[in-house]
Design a protein around this ligand. Sequence first.
Ligand code: DC
Length: 229
Amino acid sequence: MKKNDPFENVITIDGPGGAGKSTLAQGLAHALDWLCLDTGAIYRALALTLTELGLPDATPRAAGLTAQDMGLEFRREGAQCRLFLHGREPGEALRAPEIGLLASAVSAWPEVRSALLPIQRAAGREGRLVAEGRDMGTVVFPEARLKFFLVADLSVRAERRRLELAAQGVEVTLAKVTAELKARDLADATRSLAPLAPSPGAVTVDSTDMTVAEVLALALQEAKETFDL
Ligand code: DC
């Protein structure tokens, strides 16, 4: 990578489900007027596509081919990247717990990860991007100048996710959300390819006892210092 590579002008946020990555990524992108990329939504889009095709038990090869052929497109709207599949916006269907679990399962496959890697890098080509996921700092944007690893206790993450879903009209019990997060944490952190892990040099933030505003203020301060803004 050359100096001044656009990928240097990327902020990565990795961490387990429900830690507040999307909220922080959106807040940072909005405050900096950068673009925000939710890469979990890409894996969820594949899981939704497989489900709709009646292929939840697809082989890794079929899932990889589907990933290349799901008509994934991003349309920029302010700081947001809106995701479309063959011109249709899947919206809240992506957030269902079973789609999260299937996304986690298919994301362990090399065929899927290699199909989705160029799509994620293409979004970062122009820099000034806040990218959130599991392997943003370790694999997709290792050159990023600022990396966060956001964590929080499981009970707090589960309650936040439950409230988030309830606000979208999806009623799920706390026990179900907790079990789903726990299963995904384990699968995402123990897979052999691009496991969830802090990148060397990442700033770890434990948001268990912090408000959204406090996490954002801390991250914004880091961003201003790192990028001389
Ligand atoms: O962030 P999320 O909960 O929407 O992600 C759904 C799943 O997608 C997650 O359990 C693992 C996978 N994922 C991944 O493997 N790599 C990423 N960069 C983002 C998500």
